[in-house]
Design a protein around this ligand. Sequence first.
Ligand SMILES: [Zn+2]
Ligand SMILES: [Zn+2]
Length: 346
Amino acid sequence: MKKTLIVFLGLLVIVVIGRTSLKLPAVQDKLLEIGTSRIAERGAVPFPKSESLRVYVCGSASPLGMGQAQACIAVITPEHFYLIDSGAGSTDNISRLNLPMSKLDGLLLTHFHSDHIAEIYEVNLNSWVQGRPQPLTIYGPQGVDAVTDAVNAGYRLDRIYRTGHHGEELLPPQLGVLEHETIAPGVVLEDGDLKITAYVGEHPPIHPAVGYRFDYRGRSVVISGDSNVTDETLKIVDGADLLLHDALSLPTVSSLSKALGAAGQSRQSKIVSDVMDYHASAESLIELGEESNVDMVAFYHLVPVPPTSLLKNVFMRGAPDNFLLTEDLMWFELPIDSDEIFVNRP
Ligand SMILES: [Zn+2]
Ligand SMILES: [Zn+2]
């Protein structure tokens, strides 16, 4: 008993001394030196190359977010880096994942709802600051010119301030101005071994809303943006390894809408019930999985993000083993010359 008391008092003294020492400038400076060195070393490590198609979830949420970033997916090969959408919070996740922003080849937008375009400029600024050698091109359906021009106009002064502060050599002004390219359904671009194909989604009244399929050396991923499941979805996933699809939990959303109505929150109830007709329900995606030969289906743009095990189970009701829920910072590795898909969780 006496020995236990002595050990306890010893630990208490260590904790008290430790806490007190954190108030001493000399201790703070030493810890700062160690911490900043670690951050700098991490940033200096080149992004690891591997003979794989890699897919990173930079944003798994819809506007019903619950602490996760909004829609954003990164597709990376040994030679390419494309982002699909840039919702709120996604650039922070890109930094956490240490993705090589100086090598960003383009940002592909699926449509122009705010939860897909909120951080266009953050992506631009981040990649510009990190040394991207050419202007960033924003690809998207009809309307991408107006969105890009508006971002360029809205942040004109920011670009002037940044270049004025850091100098033209570090931040060449012409590299801070976004370019745009309007895409049509079909092959959007072929870049070495990478082919990107756009297909039309169903997300009324937004038209067109598109999704994208990436094919790289025999591996493939489809990213839906916001859409119901349609015949176009069935066609584009044919032979695909991985489908990342926006997904809505009908039991959760209808229960929420009903509860809001009963509580007298009729505006909120209507808004929640309105979203049910333009996102793919988990049930419709399970049917798609049965009708198609896609290997893995990952739900993203979750409506809503399920914060508890119970709600996760409700979301995945009836889903087979090759279905999963994504979360921010999750990533998939599809090695070349293989059928494997490795799922890496944060
Ligand atoms: Zn949308
Ligand atoms: Zn959305």
